[in-house]
Design a protein around this ligand. Structure first.
Ligand code: XBP
Ligand code: MG
Length: 246
């Protein structure tokens, strides 16, 4: 049938959310708990290998020698505060969309291509973020970290999104930014485009059908892997995604 739907990852793909968003919220949560811990930009980039904010905290506390039961309890409590603080950052306009993604979503809408979301992030902030930038009603399915048993790189979120969309997997393209995300999409049997960012530029994403450093707005998206002729005026457009499932 051709391109029936596009599934977007959120963090690092729809929005530039990690360095100045989640990382800041984690650090404010540490301060709210009276902890001296702070995650600087390089440390947080390494911690991003662990999907899920609560699991990232647990991993960090265990690695610092904290007993498991304390690490579990503190991760749960601190992540609740972090999520509230991240919602505040969203409301303050501190989590912007990536250049070019809004244009692509408008084009997909105009072309009658369904769009969906499959993210590891928490529903408590994903919904207000999508509402703020796009309107949640535009998404035929929204799968979050709260809806799955297994986070990326497990393919569960993409399996749920494809089932909710009700379209053949062969007619779907995924847009992701990270190694975990591309691995999850490929494991779900889906064609994936990787749009890397400052944090994920070094990730192993070459199982994606196309790897670029941005959506191509403004300026030209640099293609790291795949056929650069699929871009339109140096940008990822509907034509690009259609060509990948033709
Ligand atoms: C990226 C993640 C998320 C965020 C933090 O999700 O791994 O955990 O880093 O959000 P995506 P939470 O799949 O959208 O790239 O603290 O809500 O987990
Ligand atoms: Mg991501």
């Amino acid at each position: 049938m051709g391109l029936a739907a596009v599934i977007f990852d959120v963090d690092g793909t729809l929005v530039d959310s990690e360095r100045d968003g989640h990382r800041v919220a984690f650090n404010h949560a540490f301060a709210a708990f009276g902890l001296e811990d702070r995650w600087d930009e390089p440390a947080y980039g390494r911690l991003l290998a662990v999907a899920g904010g609560r699991m990232r905290l647990r991993h960090y506390f265990l690695a610092s020698g904290m007993p498991e039961s304390h690490a579990d309890d503190l991760a749960v409590a601190l992540h609740k505060v972090k999520t509230r603080l991240f919602r505040d950052l969203i409301e303050d306009g501190a989590v912007p969309t990536r250049p070019g993604v809004r244009r692509l979503i408008d084009e997909l809408d105009d072309a009658g291509v369904h769009i969906a979301v499959a993210t590891t992030g928490s529903r408590a902030w994903v919904l207000p973020l999508l509402e703020q930038h796009f309107g949640t009603a535009r998404f035929a399915a929204i799968v979050t970290g709260d809806d799955v048993q297994n986070l990326k790189p497990d393919p569960e979120a993409f399996h749920l999104a494809v089932a909710a969309l009700g379209v053949p997997p062969a007619d779907v393209v995924v847009l992701e930014d990270s190694e975990n995300g591309v691995a999850a999409a490929v494991a779900a049997g889906l064609v994936c485009v990787a749009v890397t960012n400052d944090y994920t530029r070094g990730d192993h994403v070459d199982r994606a059908a196309l790897v670029t450093d941005g959506f191509g707005d403004p300026g030209i998206a640099q293609v790291r892997n795949g056929d650069a002729s699929l871009l339109v005026d140096g940008a990822i457009r509907v034509h690009t995604l259609r060509a990948l499932v033709a």
